[in-house]
Design a protein around this ligand. Structure first.
Ligand code: TXA
Ligand code: MG
Length: 346
C-alpha cells in the first residue's frame, strides 16, 4: 500500500480543513491513519470496528494482549464508552482533558473487543492537539490509537519517525510537525477506591495529587518482579537497535565504562546531558539537552534514541536523569529500553 501524506502543519486547523475531512473519511472506511497529538504520534482506527482495529495490530506488529487507548474529541463521549464514571475520574478529567492523561474506566462494551484485549476496562484520552481534535471531531468516532511506531521501537515524535516505521503499512500520515511533550500520556486506573498510576507520563504524580490527594503507583513500576497491571508495561520498549545501558551522570564513571567496553573492542555511543557529554572524548556522543531542563529532555529523548540507529555503535550508554517530575517518565522509558542498568542510587 502506498502511504498517503498530508501536511497539516498550520496554525488554524479545524474539522473543515480539507486534509482533515479526507483523513476522517479514511477512518470511517476502516483504514488506519497516523496523526499528531501533544504527547507522541498515534496510529488511529475506528475503535468500534474490529476489522479497523486489527489493521493497527498488523501494521505495528503489536501483541494482541496489549490494549489500545481510545481517543475522544469531546468529554461527553466518555459516558458512551463506560458503565460508570467515579468521582475521582471526573475530577481528573475536569482538570486534564484535554491533556496527557489516560483514565482507565469500566468498559460498557461499545468498543471492539480487540481494543481492550479482553479486559473489562477501557483506557480513554482526549488529546490536546488541534490536528487530533479536528480529526476526532470530523470523524465523530472513538478512535483507538497506540503510539505510531513498530512495536518495541521508540515512540514517534515527528511524522518522519512514523514514516520510517510504517511507510507502506498504513493508509496515511497527517504531518502536524514535532509533538510538544515528547513522551506518552500518564495512564491512571480509576476503577478502584484510590487511583493508581500504571504508566508514568506527561502529567506528573505531583500534578495528579493536587487534584485527587492520594494516588498510588503500580508496584510493578517500582519492582521488576511484580506483574504490571497495564499489559503494555511488561514488554521491552522504546529500544534502539544497539543494546542500551543506563548509567549515572558522573563523567568519570562513564569514562571508565567507555574504556572497559573499548578494551573489549566495542564501539561505544553515549547519550546524555550537554554538561556531561562535552567532557567525553573518543566516542560518538548525542546530547538530549541540558540537565536543568527535564521537560526538554522528555521532548528530545525518543529522537535521540532513534538517531543511534544511523550510527555504527555496538553499545549505547545513556545518562540517567533524576526521578523528579517528568524525569520519572523519562527514566521509566530509558529503563524499559535498557538491557542493563548501572545505577548506584545516591
Ligand atoms: O500519549 C499516549 O498515550 C499515546 C498517544 C498516541 O495518545 N498513546 C500511547 O498508546 O502511548 P500505547 O498503545 O503505545 O500505550 C498504551 C498503554 C499501554 O501500556 C497499554 O497496556 C495501556 O496503555 N492500556 C490501554 N488500555 C488499558 C486498560 N484497559 N488497562 C490497563 N492498561 C491499559
Ligand atoms: Mg507505545
Amino acid at each position: 500500500m502506498q502511504t498517503k501524506y498530508w501536511n497539516v502543519n498550520e496554525l488554524h486547523i479545524d474539522e473543515n480543513y480539507p486534509a482533515i475531512k479526507e483523513a476522517a473519511e479514511v477512518l470511517k472506511n476502516k483504514e488506519a491513519v497516523a496523526f499528531p497529538t501533544e504527547t507522541v504520534y498515534g496510529l488511529g482506527a475506528d475503535a468500534t470496528s474490529e476489522e479497523a482495529v486489527d489493521k493497527i495490530f498488523q501494521a505495528k506488529g503489536r501483541p494482541a494482549d496489549n490494549p489500545l487507548i481510545v481517543h475522544i474529541g469531546d468529554v461527553t463521549q466518555v459516558k458512551e464508552l463506560t458503565t460508570e464514571i467515579p468521582e475521582v475520574a471526573k475530577k481528573l478529567m475536569d482538570k486534564f482533558f484535554p491533556g496527557a492523561l489516560t483514565v482507565i474506566l469500566e468498559s460498557n462494551g461499545a468498543c471492539a473487543h480487540n481494543v481492550t484485549a479482553g479486559l473489562s476496562t477501557v483506557g480513554i484520552r482526549m488529546p490536546d492537539h488541534p490536528v487530533a481534535i479536528a480529526l476526532l471531531k470530523a470523524c465523530n468516532l472513538p478512535v483507538a490509537a497506540p503510539s505510531a511506531n513498530r512495536s518495541g521501537r521508540p515512540s514517534p515524535t515527528t511524522a518522519k519517525h512514523v514514516k520510517d516505521d510504517l511507510e507502506g503499512r498504513i493508509f496515511g500520515i497527517l504531518d502536524g510537525g514535532p509533538t510538544g511533550i515528547g513522551l506518552e500520556s500518564t495512564v491512571v486506573d480509576c476503577t478502584g477506591e484510590i487511583p493508581v498510576i500504571l504508566r508514568p507520563g506527561g502529567v506528573t504524580k505531583e500534578e495528579l495529587e493536587e487534584i485527587v490527594g492520594t494516588i498510588l503507583v503500580d508496584p510493578a513500576l517500582l519492582d521488576k518482579e511484580e506483574k504490571p497491571k497495564s499489559p503494555g508495561m511488561k514488554y521491552t520498549h522504546y529500544a534502539p537497535n544497539a543494546p542500551l545501558w543506563v548509567i549515572n551522570g558522573d563523567p568519570k564513571k562513564i569514562e571508565q565504562q567507555i574504556k572497559s567496553l573499548q578494551h573489549e573492542g566495542k564501539k561505544v555511543g553515549v547519550m546524555g546531558s550537554e554538561e556531561c557529554i562535552h567532557e567525553l572524548k573518543g566516542v560518538i556522543t548525542k546530547s538530549y539537552g541540558s540537565k536543568n531542563d527535564v521537560k526538554d529532555i522528555a521532548r528530545r529523548i525518543y529522537d535521540v534514541l532513534r538517531s543511534f540507529n544511523e550510527e555504527d555503535v555496538d553499545i549505547i550508554l545513556a545518562e540517567a536523569v533524576p526521578k523528579n517530575g517528568v524525569g520519572v517518565a523519562v527514566m521509566n522509558r530509558l529503563e524499559k529500553a535498557a538491557s542493563k542498568i548501572l545505577i548506584t542510587e545516591s
